[in-house]
Design a protein around this ligand. Structure first.
Ligand SMILES: Nc1ncnc2c1ncn2[C@@H]1O[C@H](COP(=O)(O)OP(=O)(O)OP(=O)(O)O)[C@@H](O)[C@H]1O
Ligand SMILES: [Mg+2]
Length: 338
């Protein structure tokens, strides 16, 4: 084995909580993982497992009243959790970008799509800001040059007829086109890390494949590291090199895509895989995981998955917390069976 390269991004024991009327919810609970240059990492888990809050915590965009209470987010030798608000704004603009889960909450319905792409390009210095004291003629020329950049950025993400599309409002776009516009805005700064939260969930399968192909292209051409969040294991299996499985804010299993998909170790991962329809097997049954997604304000002791686990042992719900184990092949599993 050679030397392990420095990770580009590393979470160390990150915990983010939400105070609720029913008690403190640990949306992200002691999460640690590394992301390397050019890596494509998937995070999967059922609804409410803490995937979005993880990404929002990395960028320090956790909505009120949520709070990061412990841990570190290491990025290039610094801890993002101790940076000033100004430094964070720079990092968000320059180094890391996020595609949010719901396009319409990110796109401003009141502005033309082209204007929003232009604003993003401007913020990131790709096109000059309009504060020059020069003549109207010069202004007009600069605006034309800016729009040239906007159309190119839109064409890059596969928005057809960019000149006309730029003059539409977000609601005049289909879901797939909104997702593309968001991607164009996120990529305007040519980030080193792209955090993509369910970028394809609302889309039909052909558009989904196109968006994934687009992210793949960006990863290959620019070496952009990508964290892809989805509840769809089939999507991560196709797209990612490594997979993190989350449950109740905790990392339950991490490994390479082959390890996790071919030979899942955690009963929860096995359960998620059994939910996948298989095109190759003719009559295999799809069996959902029994029980409900847990109530984070009222978790059982020990393993949060134990009430739904078909191989749970008495010890699983007795211990304080189940330790994360590293197996000889390098993967991580939080389960007493291993
Ligand atoms: N604004 C909020 N106020 C209170 N609690 C919140 C808030 N946002 C998230 N949470 C809590 O954090 C938990 C994790 O939420 P998160 O959005 O990260 O889930 P997710 O894995 O992204 O789910 P989904 O697949 O549905 O997007 C939720 O179950 C909820 O209890
Ligand atoms: Mg989410």
């Amino acid at each position: 084995m050679g030397m392990t390269p420095q990770p580009l991004l590393e979470l160390r024991d990150l915990t983010t909580v939400f105070p609720t009327r029913r008690g403190l919810v640990r949306a992200v609970d002691g999460l640690s993982f590394q992301l390397h240059e050019g890596e494509k990492l998937g995070i999967v888990g059922e609804s409410g497992s803490g995937k979005s809050v993880t990404l929002l915590s990395i960028l320090r965009l956790v909505p009120h009243p949520g709070q990061i209470v412990s841990g570190e987010v290491r990025f290039r030798d610094g801890n993002l959790l101790t940076k000033s608000a100004r430094e964070m704004r720079q990092i968000r603009g320059r180094d890391m970008a996020m595609i949010f889960q719901d396009p319409m909450t990110t796109l401003n319905p009141a502005f033309l799509v082209g204007e929003q792409v232009r604003e993003s390009l401007r913020t990131h210095g790709i096109v000059p800001r309009s504060n020059s004291p020069f003549s109207r003629l010069f202004d007009r020329r600069r605006k034309a040059a800016e729009y040239q950049c906007v159309w190119e950025a839109m064409a890059d993400v596969g928005i057809p007829v960019p000149r006309q599309s730029a003059r539409r409002y977000p609601h005049q776009f289909s879901g797939g086109m909104q997702q593309r516009a968001l991607t164009a805005i996120a990529l305007a700064c040519e980030p080193h890390v792209l955090l993509a939260d369910e970028p394809t969930t609302a889309l039909d399968v052909t558009i989904q494949a196109q968006i994934l192909a687009l992210l793949d292209k960006i990863n290959q051409e620019h070496g952009t590291a990508i964290v892809l969040v989805t509840h769809n294991l089939a999507v991560v299996a196709e797209f990612c090199q490594s997979i993190i499985v989350m449950y109740a804010g905790q990392l339950m299993e991490k490994g390479t895509t082959d390890q996790v998909i071919q030979d899942p170790m955690h009963p929860y991962t096995r359960g998620l895989l059994r939910c996948l329809p298989r095109i190759d097997a003719r009559r295999e049954k799809i069996s959902p995981i029994p029980g409900l997604v847990p109530d984070l304000a009222d978790l059982p002791p020990g393993c949060p998955f134990s009430p739904r686990c078909d191989v749970a042992m008495p010890e699983c719900s007795q211990l304080e917390a189940i330790p994360l184990r590293e197996l000889p092949d390098g993967r991580l599993v939080r389960c007493l069976l291993h």
